[in-house]
Structures are given as C-alpha cells and as structure tokens.
Design a protein around this ligand. Structure first.
Ligand code: G3H
Ligand code: 13P
Ligand code: ZN
Length: 309
C-alpha cells in the first residue's frame, strides 16, 4: 500500500481514543522491524526521520528503503520529518515524497514560530502534505537544540488555540512534562494531564502529539549496563502514563530512545556472550527481532493501535 498522510489515521485515532506510534528510523533494520511489527499487529504507523538521520542514512537510501517496506505491507504507513529545523529541510522532504513534516519552531518566540510554521504549512498543503508544529519546550536534546531542564516550558492552552487557528497546522506537539532521551524525570515520573485536558477542550479536532515519550524500557537499560554499558539511572514515561495519554486525546506518540536501547542492549549482549561473533547479520538480526518485539508491545499493550489498520 502506498504511503499515506496522517489525516485519516489521526481522525480514526481521535474517534477511537487511541494513539499512533511514530518511530524514528536510521537504517534498514529499524525500518524492517517497525513495519513488520505494524503488519503483524495490523496497526497504522508513522516512520519518522530527523535531519541528523537524513545526514546519516542519506535521503535517497531512506526513501528507497521505505518504499520497499510499504510495497510489502498492507497497513497505512506515513513518512514524516521529525523536528524539521527550517523551511528548506521541510521542502526537501516534501519534494522527496514525505507525506508529513514537522516544523519545530519551539525555540522561537510565539510570533516567529507562527510565521515560520505558516510558511511550511502553505507549501506543504499545496503539495497535499500535512504539517506538525510544536508549542512549548521540552527539556533535553531536540535534535541539535539542547534545552536545559529548568527552561522547559509547558504549553499554554490559549496560545495553542491561537497558534492552530493562525497557522492552519494539522497536528500540534505540546509540552506536558516529557523530554527527549533516556533521563526524563529526576524523581517520580509526572505528566501534566490537566494541560492536555485544557488543550483538548480548546482543540477537540486537532491531533495532539507527545514527543520524548519513550518508556526507557528497563530490560534494555539493564541489558546495556550488564554488558559493558554505562547508562545508570535512566528513566522514562511508564507504560500506564502513555496508555492514559493515548486514551485522553494524544494521537501520536514519538519513540526513538527505546528502539536505540533495544538495539544497543542486544548488540552488547551478543558480543558479551559470543566474543567470536563477527558476522553483523548475527547481532543486527537479533537487534531487529528485539525492536520488532518492542514496537509490537507498544502498539498492542500501550497505544491501542493494533487491529486498527
Ligand atoms: O527527538 C529527536 C529524535 O530522537 C531524533 O534524534 O536527531 O539524534 O536523530 P536524532
Ligand atoms: P524519546 O527520546 O523519548 O524516544 O523521544 C523521541 C522523540 O520525541 C522523537 O521526536
Ligand atoms: Zn521529538
């Protein structure tokens, strides 16, 4: 089935009170693992690519691999630019065949964010592509933007309403306490569901996006640390919180860190247990299987998108 935009999948997700997983891709193993999981779970899915992923894997390779994946699947799949830093990057992705782009203007002031987002929206819509924007700031690393924890800024629901009206954006990423990477909370995990509720009251028909929403799966953190890794105290958003977010109006949940941890954990374990292995298919194949398992778990047990294709 050819690539689709997120319009229809978000509409159904909002009606059915579940969320669509958006998983970051950097190479063939990630693409195969995610799309195989989506097919087996009969779940719609979003494959997302950051500008550093484009630099790493190269645009033509990413597009060709994604097209090969969708040729072999029957479920709706969107190809999305994650944290697009400027108009030029968004345009390059739209022109290359992406069906959705994010323009991340969260580092700009409100008016500048509106102006730059609208430029992307106008171009994208003229090409039948949908746009996600971001309002509020997440703590942690946003691509090449590093936001200190104290600077994180929750989304203001009134501003969210005005932002959507003035930009015509198709979906909105909000800041309610999540952050990128493997260290999301110092103390007990906590999300501002009250802000989500107010945003949904004002924007009942706008799909809401949660960035920085990895669980930081402890099984993989341990697998890394037990086999030579050094990522102590890593902590993410518990599954129950993400399940609640999916049921309370979040329509897209972004996951990158969990898949990185799965791949790294399995590769480290394989090397530690089999020091004589030097065939990359052995450790990358095992990593691919584990990523597929992690994605299927999220679709089925957390986001509720299984059997919604
Ligand atoms: O939110 C950022 C994503 O995890 C992408 O990270 O820029 O290192 O590819 P990246
Ligand atoms: P995590 O770091 O929590 O996986 O977030 C990924 C993300 O938001 C990509 O845009
Ligand atoms: Zn993000």
């Amino acid at each position: 089935m050819p690539l689709v935009t997120t319009e229809e999948m978000f509409k159904k997700a909002m009606e059915g009170h579940y969320a669509i997983g958006a998983f970051n891709i950097n190479n063939m193993e990630f693409i195969q693992a995610i799309t195989d999981a989506a097919e087996k779970c009969q779940s719609p899915v979003i494959l997302q690519v950051s500008s550093s992923a484009i630099k790493y894997a190269r645009m033509d390779y990413l597009i060709a691999m994604v097209n090969a994946a969708v040729k072999n699947t029957t479920v709706p799949i969107a190809l999305h630019l994650d944290h697009g830093p400027d108009f030029e990057t968004a345009k390059a992705c739209i022109d290359a065949g992406f069906t959705s782009v994010m323009f991340d203007g969260s580092k700009y002031d409100f008016e500048e964010n509106i102006r730059l987002t609208k430029e992307v929206v106008d171009y994208a819509h003229s090409k039948g592509v949908v746009v996600e924007a971001e309002l509020g700031k997440l703590a942690g690393v946003e691509d090449d933007v590093n936001v200190a924890e104290g600077d994180a800024l929750f989304t203001d629901p009134d501003e969210a309403y005005e932002f959507v009206q003035r930009t015509g954006v198709d979906s909105l990423a909000i800041a309610i306490g999540t952050s990128h990477g493997a260290y999301k909370f110092k103390g007990k995990p906590h999300l501002r569901f009250d802000i989500l509720e107010k945003v949904k009251e004002k924007l009942p028909n706008t799909p809401i996006v949660l960035h920085g929403a990895s669980t930081v799966i402890q099984e993989y953190v341990k697998m890394c640390n037990d086999n030579g890794g050094d990522i102590p105290g890593a902590q993410g958003c518990p599954d129950e919180m993400l399940k609640e977010a999916s049921q309370r109006g979040v329509s897209k949940i972004n996951v990158d860190t969990d898949l990185r941890l799965a791949m790294t954990g399995v590769v480290r374990k394989t090397f530690a247990e089999n020091p004589s292995v030097f065939d990359p298919r052995k450790y990358l194949g095992a990593a691919r299987d584990e990523i597929e398992k992690a994605v299927a778990h999220k679709m089925t047990d957390v986001f509720g998108s299984s059997n919604k294709a």
